[in-house]
Design a protein around this ligand. Structure first.
Ligand code: 4AD
Ligand code: MG
Length: 437
C-alpha cells in the first residue's frame, strides 16, 4: 500500500516494489520524453509520484491514456526524488493500464464540484477529497464507539431490523411486504405482474425505528448491552439533519437510572470527540423559564408542555451556554410510552442532549419498570398492547430499574466533520424523494 511506502520510505529506497492505484494526474513532459504519474490507492491522502520514460514497458499505453482516474499497476524501484515536493518516487520499469477513464463522460473530471451535485452521484463521490475524509472519520468514530463500550464491559447485541413493534409510537414507519412475481420474470418497475403481500409474518411488520425494546430484553439478561445499527423513519422532513435511514447507537443498562445514562452518554461523546467542557444539565421546566426570560423573539414562543423547537435548541446551546446541554424531565405527553413517570405525575425521566449545529444528538430515558404503570400508559395512548406483551414480560419476570439512550451516529459524524448536511456524512443517503444505488 502507498501508505506503507511512505511509512518506511527511507528503509525502502533502492528496493523494487509493485503499487496499484488511480492516477490523480499524469503529466507528459520534455516534449513527450518522460512522464510523471501521481498515483493514489486510497490508503492515504498523499499520492506517490511515479516517473516513466520510453524505456518503461507499457509507455505507449501511458501516452494514450493520460487522463485522471485511469487505474494502473506499476512495477519499479523506489528512489530519492530529485524534484521538490516529495522525498521519494518510483522509477517505473513496467506500467499496466488496469482501467481507462474517459474525461468526456466522467462526472468527476472537473475539480471543486459542489456537494449538492456530488449527492446525485453517491457511487462516485467517495473519490472526492471531502467524502474521502468524511468516510475515514466515520470509520474511525464507529471504531471508537465500539472501543468505548467494549472497554466499559458492554456486550454488543444485534437487534432486528424487521419488527412488529413501534418503539417511538410515531407514525413514521416503513412497512415490510413481500414482492412475488405472478409470472417467471425479473422485477422491473414497469412490469406490473408483481404482488405486494403483507402476510409473510402473518401480522403487520415494519422496519425498526429503534432497537431499544429488544436491547432492553438483552439488558435484562446480560446487564449492560448496546446495539449499533441502521434504523428507519419515514420522515417527510427536508432538513439538514434528518434521514430516512440512519445509524443509531443504543446502549441499555440494567440496575441504572437517568443519572447513570447521562453520565454514560457524556462519557461516550467525550471519548470519541474532542469536547472537554462539562455538559450543562438543565431540567426541562428551567429550560422553558430560561427561554421565556431570554428576551428573544422566537417564532414559536417557548411554553411548558411543548417540545423544544429548533430555534430554542439553538438558543440554548449556541447562544446561551455555548456548548452541549442535557435537558431532562420532559412532560410525559410529548414523550414515548416506555419512559418512567416521575413522582410529580406529569414529567418523565427522559433526557435529550442538544448540540451546537446538530440539535438533538441523544434521546434517552429511564424505562418504566412498574408493570401496572406501563400497562396503564399503553392503554392511555391506545397502543397495540398485544404486540407489546413480550416487552411487558420483562417487567413481570424479575423486572429491574434500567435505562438507556439512542445517539444518532450520523449527527455525530456531522458534528465531528463540520459538514453542514447530514446527507453528506452517510455513504448512500436515503431521504424523502431521494434514493439511488
Ligand atoms: O430521540 P429518538 O427518537 O430516541 C429513540 O429512538 C430511543 N428509542 C433511543 C433509546 O432510548 N434507545 O432518537 C435518538 C437519536 C436522536 O437524538 C437523533 O440523534 C437521532 O437518533 N435521530 C435521527 N438522526 C437522523 N435522522 C433522523 N430522522 C433521526 N431521528 C432520530
Ligand atoms: Mg428524540
Amino acid at each position: 500500500l502507498i501508505k506503507d511506502v511512505f511509512a518506511s520510505e527511507s528503509l525502502l529506497i533502492g528496493t523494487r516494489l509493485v503499487v496499484c492505484g488511480w492516477a490523480r494526474t499524469i503529466r507528459l513532459q520534455g516534449s513527450g520524453k518522460f512522464a510523471f504519474l501521481e498515483l493514489n490507492d486510497g490508503s492515504c491522502f498523499k499520492s506517490l509520484q511515479v516517473f516513466a520514460d520510453p524505456n518503461t514497458e507499457g509507455w505507449q499505453e501511458l501516452v494514450k491514456n493520460t487522463h485522471a482516474h485511469t487505474s494502473w499497476r506499476v512495477t519499479g524501484k523506489l528512489v530519492e526524488s530529485p524534484g521538490s515536493g516529495q522525498s521519494v518516487e518510483v522509477q517505473a520499469e513496467g506500467l499496466q493500464l488496469l482501467g481507462s477513464c474517459s474525461p468526456d463522460s466522467y462526472p468527476l473530471a472537473k475539480a471543486r464540484l459542489p456537494l449538492d451535485f456530488l449527492r446525485t452521484i453517491p457511487h462516485l463521490r467517495p473519490r472526492s477529497n471531502t467524502y474521502g475524509a468524511a468516510s475515514r472519520i466515520r470509520s474511525t468514530l464507529a471504531f471508537s464507539v465500539h472501543k468505548y463500550f467494549q472497554e466499559h464491559g458492554f456486550q454488543y447485541v444485534h437487534t432486528p431490523l424487521i419488527t412488529t413493534s413501534n418503539c417511538e409510537g410515531a407514525g413514521e414507519l416503513f412497512s415490510v411486504s413481500t414482492l412475488m412475481s405472478k409470472a417467471d420474470t425479473c422485477y422491473t418497475p414497469e412490469n406490473r405482474s408483481w404482488d405486494y403481500n403483507q402476510d409473510f409474518f402473518k401480522r403487520p411488520t415494519f422496519l425498526t425505528v429503534s432497537g431499544q425494546l429488544q436491547a432492553e430484553a438483552y439488558a435484562c439478561a446480560l446487564g449492560n448491552v448496546y446495539t449499533f445499527g441502521p434504523t428507519f423513519r419515514a420522515e417527510e422532513s427536508h432538513t439538514k439533519r434528518h434521514l430516512a435511514e440512519f445509524w443509531m447507537i443504543e446502549p441499555e443498562m440494567a440496575f441504572s437510572n437517568l443519572q447513570d445514562v447521562m453520565e454514560n452518554a457524556e462519557g461516550l461523546l467525550k471519548f470519541v470527540d474532542i469536547i472537554e467542557k462539562p455538559f450543562v444539565r438543565l431540567a426541562y421546566g428551567d429550560a422553558i423559564d430560561l427561554l421565556q426570560r431570554s428576551g428573544k423573539k422566537f417564532e414559536m414562543p417557548a411554553e411548558w408542555g411543548n417540545d423544544l423547537a429548533t430555534e430554542h435548541e439553538k438558543y440554548l446551546c449556541e447562544e446561551h451556554f455555548g456548548g452541549p446541554v442535557i435537558v431532562y424531565d420532559y412532560p410525559m405527553d410529548i414523550k414515548a410510552f416506555y419512559m418512567r413517570l416521575n413522582d410529580d405525575d406529569k414529567t418523565v425521566a427522559a433526557m435529550d442532549i442538544l448540540f451546537p449545529r446538530c440539535g438533538e444528538m441523544v434521546g434517552g430515558s429511564q424505562r418504566e419498570e412498574r408493570i401496572d404503570r406501563l400497562l396503564g400508559r399503553i392503554e392511555e395512548l391506545g397502543l397495540d398492547g398485544s404486540s407489546l406483551e413480550w416487552y411487558n414480560d420483562l417487567r413481570r419476570f424479575g423486572g429491574v430499574p434500567h435505562a438507556g439512550y439512542g445517539l444518532g451516529f450520523d449527527r455525530l459524524v456531522q458534528f465531528a466533520t463540520g459538514l453542514e448536511n447530514i446527507r453528506d456524512v452517510i455513504p448512500f443517503p436515503r431521504a424523502t424523494g431521494h434514493a439511488m444505488c
